[in-house]
Design a protein around this ligand. Structure first.
Ligand code: ADP
Length: 220
């Protein structure tokens, strides 16, 4: 990873989203400053974070005192307080924080954050809703869309892909998908090659155009 100075992330808003994010960053070895206006929340989570502070981040002075302008990365994890989310995001951008992520609770909110110049805008509920739709209606165990037409899915291997070396199943030519990972019962995922033989019941990871991936998973 980069130099020590770059390993710091500020998370503003320690609600469910902010805390899940902060915990995962801590697990990944990042230094995390968590800030929330709610003192009780900060107290509850302070042991789990490198630093935790109580502050209203719409206050430019408070933001400066916390050293937020010097952070290489910041995440604005304020959701329902839309005005605060917008103000904090614009303050961080004014201070030249190089990478600002912001969470939006509606598409309009997201558009405003993008207009302000937020480098990354996420809509957790919308994105998760779309993802779950693909799981509810089909046989996929997990689904990650990229761009508009490309996706990665985890699924139980359809029978067309099992019983002989992957290269000989010709699934890429006939179904437009590439098998990238395979996991047998009780095992771990490993990469797949043309010689890999998938057994019935194995779980596989496939990529390709969204429609092709879905159709392939639903072959059963
Ligand atoms: P979630 O759904 O992830 O819990 P919320 O929008 O409900 O997200 O809450 C995010 C957190 O942001 C809350 O804990 C709230 O106290 C905090 N917050 C809201 N406004 C500010 C602000 N101006 N400065 C700091 N923290 C704030």
């Amino acid at each position: 990873r980069q130099g020590r100075h770059n390993q710091r992330v500020a998370v503003i808003g320690l609600g469910r989203f902010g805390m899940s994010l902060a915990h995962e960053l801590m697990r990944g070895g990042w230094e995390v400053l968590g800030v929330d206006a709610d003192e009780k929340l900060v107290q509850r989570h302070s042991d789990a974070l490198t630093h935790a502070a109580v502050a209203d981040c719409t206050d430019a002075e408070a933001l400066r005192q916390l050293g937020l302008p010097d952070f290489p990365k910041a995440v604005v994890a304020i959701g329902s307080a839309v005005e605060a989310s917008i103000l904090v995001t614009s303050l961080l951008l004014d201070h030249g924080v190089p990478t600002v992520w912001a969470k939006a609770i509606s598409r309009q909110h997201g558009r405003i954050l993008e207009r302000l110049g937020a480098h990354h805008v996420v809509l957790p509920e919308h994105e998760m809703g779309e993802r779950v739709a693909h799981l509810v209606t089909g046989r996929m165990l997990d689904f990650i869309p990229f761009d508009e037409h490309y996706a990665l899915a985890k699924t139980v291997a359809p029978s067309v892909a099992t019983g002989r070396p992957l290269g000989r199943t010709r699934v890429r030519t006939t179904h437009g998908v590439t098998v990238v990972g395979i996991k047998g019962p009780g095992g771990h995922f490993t990469y797949a090659t043309a010689d890999t033989v998938i057994e019935p019941g194995d779980v596989i990871i496939v990529t390709g155009e969204t429609a092709a991936v879905e159709a392939f998973a639903n072959l059963g």
